[in-house]
Write a protein that binds this ligand. Sequence first.
Ligand code: SF4
Ligand code: SF4
Length: 91
Amino acid sequence: MSGARAGAFDGSGIPAGGGRVGAVRGTVVIATERCKGCDLCIPACPPHVLEMSTETNALGFHFPLLHDGCTGCAACADVCPDFVFEVWRYS
Ligand code: SF4
Ligand code: SF4
């Protein structure tokens, strides 16, 4: 994977690169086994590309799944209390 790890906890909410609004320019790695199923990340994702799974992890919680269209904005990482998201931005 090419790209650079985003400043996931910088709190700026401002995407790097200044690309076209809505352009796909990132992705997330989701550590599903750490998720506690709180749902905070779902409404926090601006392009609505996160959806909770129907299956559960080893802890018994549903966890987010990523659809196409991630912008690498890091909003999910900012709200997640369990450090589940690793955000990458394409350069
Ligand atoms: S970084 Fe997270 S909040 Fe931002 S678009 Fe991707 S999945 Fe959604
Ligand atoms: S915010 Fe974090 S802990 Fe909560 S559902 Fe999303 S990934 Fe899981």
